[in-house]
Design a protein around this ligand. Structure first.
Ligand SMILES: Cc1cc2nc3c(=O)[nH]c(=O)nc-3n(C[C@H](O)[C@H](O)[C@H](O)COP(=O)(O)OP(=O)(O)OC[C@H]3O[C@@H](n4cnc5c(N)ncnc54)[C@H](O)[C@@H]3O)c2cc1C
Length: 413
């Protein structure tokens, strides 16, 4: 069998899983290379623990190389262009060829798209932002904290309510909760709209119990940071004392040039195989655009959320698809639409939402009890993800597997 050259662009969640799966499945004669611009990987699901002071930056960051199996080449560089016709990728310093390509470049955050946002807002969507926000929360003397979803789509739809509940918990810990008034403002019609009205109502209730106001259908136009005011397209302006933004997201601009994107700028893929319109190019994770059945909100088409859990499963599927192609197999290992998330609610507790996002006529999800178990489940997953290959990683994997079986975590997770 002729050896193949497999190139993975992006060493985040999807890229790391895809590379490790491919290395596990394929003989060493096949070359696997990952191109990543950063030396270190930071685990985004832990950023909110950096924000509330439970983690320092070094606790949630690891060298990319340490998270990969042996036998995977890492090129540290910035991808500038993909040339599908020539099966080539151009980086700042190299030209790399491939037989199979996996695009796992994630989503970029573009504060500049909304006037005044960069100047006026904190964020927990970046590691440095989460650390800065921790200092700002400590220094906060009281007033209105507005958490604003600045545009759609954005990664991790559970993050705004989760962030709000952890901030409420932060002030409760210091017994200053009476000094803050926390609100979420979003263009969506309910929390996690993709998960349907039932789950949305459960999250609204959780917010209400913690005194957090939820303002749906607020589409941000600009931020007048000099007078601390949010300006919306159709609603009255809203004053704030501290602004925390979920910034606008976009796929890397280089993907537009390569002819891989749709009008919205994301990469459409086959929802089962994750193939792009090019036979030997796959796209996984946040960079993709996958429509799903159902429509709760007539103004917002239903898309598979951008989340680590999907980037992870996509990585496994793309690896299986490439393995199939190399070995002349076809049937195994499509993406089924199953997903889950653990939402921290403060006080060392979390809820677990799971279900089938491809279910007809619309996604079927449910939120289980809020308990300490899911909080510890999230911590365990973090420890597993950030540990390097070896005994420790296998130990955490075993505990997660046993725990998953006892708690009946849905298939595929
Ligand atoms: C605060 C927060 C909390 C979250 N919590 C959860 C959660 O609890 N559960 C969950 O499922 N998801 C969560 N997510 C979402 C999750 O982190 C993302 O959906 C996931 O990381 C997407 O994986 P990916 O591989 O598609 O992209 P990423 O993990 O973002 O990886 C993309 C990689 O590509 C690299 N890259 C980009 N451009 C270039 C280039 N031109 N050249 C070279 N390299 C490049 C980047 O450096 C990065 O390493 C959270 C996100 C945030 C921000």
């Amino acid at each position: 069998m002729k050896s193949k050259n497999i190139l993975i662009l992006g060493g985040g969640i999807g890229g790391i899983v895809a590379a490790n799966e491919l290395r596990r499945k394929l003989p060493a004669s096949h070359k696997i290379t990952i191109v990543e611009k950063e030396k270190d990987h930071s685990f985004a699901a832990s950023f909110m623990w950096v924000m509330n002071g439970d983690r320092s930056i070094d606790k949630v960051t690891r060298p990319v190389k340490g998270l990969l199996r042996k036998g995977i080449d890492v090129v540290h560089g910035t991808v500038l262009e993909i040339v599908p016709d020539k099966m080539k990728v151009i980086t700042k310093d190299n030209e790399l060829s491939y037989d199979y390509l996996i695009i796992a470049l994630g989503a970029e955050l573009v504060f500049d798209r909304i006037p005044g946002l960069a100047e006026g807002a904190h964020t927990f969507y970046t590691l440095e932002g989460a650390e800065r926000l921790n200092r700002a929360l400590r220094d906060f003397k009281g007033g209105i904290i507005s958490i604003v979803v600045s545009s759609l789509p954005y990664k991790c739809p559970g993050a705004p309510p989760e962030g709000a509940m952890l901030i409420a918990d932060f002030f409760k810990k210091y017994k200053t909760e009476n000094l803050v008034d926390i609100k979420i403002l979003t263009p969506e019609s309910q929390p996690m709209p993709v998960a349907g009205p039932l789950l949305g109502d459960s999250i609204r209730m959780m917010l209400q119990e913690r005194g957090i106001a939820y303002h749906p259908k607020h589409k941000l136009k600009s931020v007048n940071y000099k007078v601390k005011t949010l300006v919306f397209e159709e609603n009255e302006p809203v004053k704030y004392d501290m602004l925390i933004a979920i910034p606008p997201h976009q796929a890397a601009q280089l993907l537009r040039k390569s002819g891989l994107t749709n009008d919205a700028g994301w990469v459409p893929v086959d929802r089962a195989t994750l193939k792009t319109k090019f036979e030997n190019i796959f796209a996984i994770g946040d960079v993709t655009s996958i429509s799903i059945p159902g429509r709760w909100d007539p103004n917002i088409p239903m898309m598979l959320p951008k989340a680590g859990v999907f980037a992870h499963f996509h990585g496994e599927v793309a690896a299986q698809q490439i393995f199939n192609a190399i070995n002349g197999e076809t049937s195994k290992g499509g993406f089924t639409g199953n997903g889950y998330c653990m939402i921290e609610s403060g006080g060392g507790r979390a809820g677990f939402a799971s279900g089938d996002f491809y279910a007809e006529p619309s996604p079927r999800l449910r939120l289980g009890n809020i308990s300490r178990i899911w909080h510890w489940g999230k911590i365990l997953f973090e420890k597993w993800w950030l540990s390097s290959f070896g005994i420790k990683k296998r130990f955490f994997a075993l505990i997660i597997k046993i725990g998953g079986a006892i708690l009946r975590v849905p298939a595929g997770s």
